[in-house]
Unconditional design. Structure first.
Ligand code: SF4
Length: 338
């Protein structure tokens, strides 16, 4: 079965943008591939929203949300990046073959560094850690959106360079992963101005109560042409209609379009229907999340088991890599202790 690696930032509880944009895809993939899903807390250290006091909570909350959303630890390996120290070790080893110019060319590095007075080296080296994440598990496939294609291409380049320098057998020690292009579902925030994101405060969390969902949808932006109930609108330019596409059945979507174009109802009527359908769709996820929140030891057990499995696979790769690079093997007694 082909192997997949994918990571998600520890941004805390999932919101519907994460759920629709990435996690639903993971839930589907876990039945067809051998999946390693990782909460990438080490990557978060270079992010703008990093706060040491919040990181552990956000990491656990993300893991809890993933389990609530349908990630099944009996079908995949779910773990936290920093629980497998080999991610950082391999990253250092890959530094040896990564050209500086390639790192400086990364679009995300240019975007994120341009407003900084002092640029942390971690921001530049971020793609090497990403390469390490993927190559450590010798993943065949990596689900990527358009914005991550450049990073994956660099991972492939790093693997090629490393294999050319150190892999002498008939099959490369670090196989080049292939991109699994996922259709980018860009879920807009409730403000209708930007992508749904916690930092923008325009999200609906997967555990919101029915009343909270309604209170958030009520003021959400709609087609500005609908100034009054009598003004016809265009559902194609309305974010609420977009959300109906994910949460309402096809017949409701058709009804929404007709009633919007014909000014046959008000936007609040339309949002009420969406709120009810969204509440119903999220109810089982919310229930599982509340249950897991009441039993956090279950989340810790899953992450502990996941880290053990991930360490085993990572250890196999590292033995091959360290041997090929000429490092003195770790004495057996030390390995047993570890
Ligand atoms: S009726 Fe619905 S789809 Fe049309 S503008 Fe209002 S909220 Fe949007």
């Amino acid at each position: 079965m082909p192997r997949i690696f994918s990571g998600i930032q520890p941004s805390g509880e999932l919101h519907i943008g994460n759920l629709l944009g990435a996690v639903q895809n993971w839930v589907e993939l876990q039945s067809r591939y051998e999946c390693f899903f990782c909460v990438v807390d080490l990557h978060a250290l270079t992010g703008a929203g990093y706060e040491a006091a919040q990181l552990a909570k956000r990491t656990r909350d993300m893991a809890l949300s993933l389990l609530a959303a349908g990630i099944d630890p009996s079908r995949c390996t779910l773990f936290v990046q920093s629980h497998v120290p080999d991610h950082s070790v391999l990253m250092w080893l890959l530094n040896a073959v990564t050209p500086l110019g390639e790192l400086e060319r990364m679009t995300q590095f240019k975007d994120k560094s341009q407003h900084l007075e002092s640029i942390p080296a971690g921001l530049l080296n971020y793609p090497i850690l990403m390469a390490s994440d993927i190559l450590l598990y010798r993943a065949d496939l990596v689900p990527v959106g358009e914005d991550q294609v450049q990073h994956l291409e660099l991972t492939r380049e790093i693997a090629r360079r490393w294999n050319a320098a150190f892999s002498t057998g008939p099959t490369p020690i670090l196989p080049e992963p292939q991109p699994m292009l996922t259709v980018a579902k860009r879920i807009m925030g409730l403000d209708g101005d930007a992508k749904m994101s916690k930092s923008k405060g325009n999200t609906i969390a997967i555990t919101e109560t029915p009343e909270e969902i309604w209170q958030k949808l009520r003021p959400a932006k709609t087609d500005p042409a609908r100034k009054t109930r009598k003004d016809p609108g265009n559902p194609e330019v309305c974010n609420i209609f977009d959300l109906h596409r994910y949460f309402s059945p096809p017949e409701t979507q058709a009804e929404v379009a007709v009633k919007c174009r014909g000014a046959l109802w008000g936007c609040l009527d339309c949002k009420r229907v969406l709120a009810d359908n969204m509440t119903a769709a999220l109810a089982p996820i919310r229930e599982r999340a509340l249950d897991l929140a009441a039993h956090p030891e279950q989340v810790d057990t899953v992450l502990g088991d996941g880290a053990m499995t991930a360490r085993r696979h990572a250890g196999e790769t590292m033995r091959l890599v360290q041997d090929a690079m000429g490092l003195l093997p770790v004495p057996r007694e030390v390995r047993r202790e570890a």
